[in-house]
Design a protein around this ligand. Structure first.
Ligand code: PHB
Length: 392
């Protein structure tokens, strides 16, 4: 059994990038179909990180003036860098006139799914893309398998891979799924979610003698914290007491408020940029195009920045047959992607300890942190990059 449908833009992946793209296309009168291999419940319940840049929040507010970002989310006007037991606040509005919002990705997804479904978006869950064909013609297609195991062919004018780091669209663009620029890191984050009051009002990024820790929040009742660990660490290998002891030893100066740990995970670190972001009538956005380590909190923001550029390019291509913007998509997107790669790599390397670090390296790292916090220019760069460069 095979069913064939036709649309203007076939979007693979109902994450923030795919959903926001469908909205921006609909605003321009361009219809699309979104498929995702996960169920709606799975998409809405997978807990992800959640720092939104000022530009992301401005866009979500334009899309929906009543967005819950402003009621459920929390505006953060700074972060703290801690090293040698001392905290140094980076004051975002004071330095660059912008802020960030703590609003987890799954909340953005709940909002965007509701909004798109209400607008009549053709959005199909449980549909797995296997490959993309004919991207060098005007009629590319996605070959997929639906929830019942039947083949679904989506014929389109353009195909977008918004389907994450294991993208099924990437091979049609890059030749192979792994062709790109890589960096692996010799450490990971041990993350916990716990039921406890917040230990701090803002995020604390701490470089300590015992390694890195990040104190983040989710709500008044739930907190998110991480500490640097071995990439092969087993999340179940530590007792709750050992986890608290490790975290506490890495944020000297703050007494953490402890509570029941109800989720633990190990996040591996990787930097990746695909060699090609577009070929003919297909393009990649978000994690399908690049991965950043979480230290810079750039993942979702970067995906949305790609989509803003791509939506304009598709509008010009599909409504006026103007190819200039789509021909420039990769270059325009890569400009921001490599800035974000650099920022994420820099935050990561400045804050973590490496197995090969000797005492010189440790002291140099403190010198780097001190150069940053002692300099208004340094703090301004951090604030500018963390709150996000202008979109579009
Ligand atoms: C999080 O709250 O999960 C979080 C915050 C900031 C980061 C990474 C993760 O840089």
């Amino acid at each position: 059994m095979s069913t064939s449908i036709r649309t203007r833009v076939a979007i693979v992946g109902a994450g923030p990038a795919g959903l926001i793209l469908s909205h921006l296309l609909a605003e321009a009168g361009i219809e699309s179909v979104i498929i995702d291999q996960r169920s709606r419940a799975e998409i809405e319940q997978t807990i992800r990180a959640g720092i939104l840049e000022q530009g992301t929040v401005d866009l979500l507010t334009r899309i929906d003036p009543n967005t819950r970002v402003h009621t459920v989310g929390h505006r953060h006007d700074g972060i703290e860098l801690r090293f040698q037991g001392e905290g140094h606040r980076i004051d975002f509005p004071g330095l660059v006139g912008r802020s960030v919002w703590l609003y987890p990705q799954h909340e953005v997804l709940k909002d965007m799914l509701a909004l798109r479904l209400e607008a009549g978006q053709d959005l199909r869950f449980g549909v797995t893309a296997s490959r993309v064909e004919d991207v060098d013609t005007d009629h590319p297609r996605v070959i997929a398998t639906d929830a019942d195991g039947a083949e679904l062919v989506i014929e389109a004018d353009f195909v977008v891979g918004a389907d994450g780091s294991r993208s099924a669209v990437r091979p049609a663009i890059a030749g192979t799924s792994r062709d790109g620029y890589f960096r692996e890191y010799p450490f990971a984050w041990f993350g916990i979610l716990c039921e406890a009051p917040a230990s701090a009002d803002e995020l604390i990024y701490s470089n300590s003698e015992n390694g890195f820790a990040l104190i983040s929040q989710r709500s008044h009742e739930v907190q998110r914290m991480y500490f640097q660990c071995d990439p092969d660490a087993d999340p179940n290998s530590l007792s709750e007491a050992q986890i608290w002891e490790t975290l506490q030893s890495r944020v000297p100066g703050t007494t953490l408020k402890e509570g029941t740990i109800f989720q633990r995970d190990v996040l591996r670190f990787r930097s990746f940029v695909a060699r090609e972001l577009r070929r003919g009538r297909a393009a990649l956005v978000g994690d399908a195009a690049h991965t950043v380590p979480p230290t810079g909190a750039k993942g979702m923001n970067l995906a949305i920045a790609d989509v803003v550029i791509l939506a304009d390019a598709l509008n010009a291509l599909l409504t006026e047959n103007d190819t200039r913007l789509i021909d420039g998509y990769a270059e325009a997107a890569l400009r921001r992607i490599w800035k974000a790669q650099n920022f994420s790599w820099w935050m990561t390397s400045m804050l973590h300890s490496l197995p090969e670090h000797n005492e010189f390296d440790q002291r140099r790292q403190i010198g780097e942190l001190r150069s940053l916090v002692d300099s208004e220019a340094g703090r301004t760069y951090l604030a500018e990059a963390y709150t996000g460069w202008p979109l579009g």
